[in-house]
Design a protein around this ligand. Sequence first.
Ligand SMILES: Cc1ncc(COP(=O)(O)O)c(C=O)c1O
Length: 437
Amino acid sequence: MTALFSQRTVSRRTLLKAMASLPTLSLPTLLQAQTAEMTLSIPDGSPQQLAADESFWRTVGNYYDRTEGIVNLEHGYWGKMARPVQTAYLDATRFVNAQNSFYARKQYGADLRASVASVAEALGAQPDEIVLTRNATEAIHNLLRQYQGLQAGDGILLADVDYPSFKTTVRWLADERQLQAVEVQLPWRASQQEILDRYVQAFEAYPNLKLMLLTHVSNQHGLTLPVAAIAEQAKSRGIDVICDSAQSWGLLDFNINDLNVDWAGFNLHKWLGSPVGVGALYMRRGSLAKIAPYPGEEDPENTRAATRIHTATSNFAAMMVVPEAIAFHQKLGPANKEARLRYLRAAWTAPAEQMPHIEVLGGKDEQSWSGMGAFRLRGQSSAAEVNQLQQRLENEFGIFTVGRFGLADGACIRITPQVFTSLEEVQQLVAALEQLA
Ligand SMILES: Cc1ncc(COP(=O)(O)O)c(C=O)c1O
């Protein structure tokens, strides 16, 4: 760490000038100085009280550049960097571009380790249990493909609520290795108990199951699954669990131990607010033997999780500002974020539940909810009908959403507010829903 840059009081202008004149310096120290610029102060009160404090959330909204020209209620795709993170990212991009391989070969390793440590700390994991990836897909695909506990005739479990591209991978794996792919189908409205029961029924009906994909929050309708309870039942029957937490970290406030799984994939570019291009693989200590190293890599002791991913050249600047993104996330407060997003969800689902022409999909009880939700016009669940509805919302009401088509019970429109979404924007959706009658 270069001493000059560890002084939080140094102005950014001074830092950038110094950055230009020095051949090498450590980016995390520069970024720490930017974190100090974060003046956001959090009012007293519980997350639930704060969730309804519009003036506070307006202040939070001012930390983000706004989408112009439409009410954007489609933030399940990727998140948005808060301005201090964006500034750090742009600075890091300039820095890396200037210093090039001189930085990448000599100092990037240390900066990457700092980013890994910040992810591990925020998740409640150990640094050697975390590998940074380019996205959640890289983490989950490697886990599925490199899992080595399967033989022809074994069963592999997926569910209709899983991420469509992972369902494709599981089915491909089943074909490749002569496995039986078993698909759980959940009701479009489900409670924690009903979800658990469906999984347990599948475990009992298919004693050949050896591996399962388990999604924490569905990208279809925001349903939150009781991962720990399902994993407990699975493990007691010798079924290994790969957990897809791509949509949950930052949307919900939890710690890795709450999930009770050995392996999970995350991304940071959704709800953690990192630049696009950062994901994470979690592998619990002692769990590496069943996941082979990346083809050609070696790890005879099964102690180096980093051998399970070969990220190769990736976006240095994005990886470097991970501590900055996590600092903003922590400053805002994971519990505050979850409570606000749930509050915004309730602001449209409560009135929508009273509208006879609307079906609200997802959780029946609060634990099965997340800030992400979905709806459709009653009885209109075909892809064509949902696409038409998406177009009407966009063209007639100026509200941007996305259709989701993976659930066994039919298609829906996903509604995903973010921490910078205002209550007024959600109320515009409610007014539109009324007029859809
Ligand atoms: C549940 C779920 N899993 C996995 C992914 C893939 O994430 P990424 O694009 O970071 O690979 C997504 C992205 O939308 C998702 O919602």
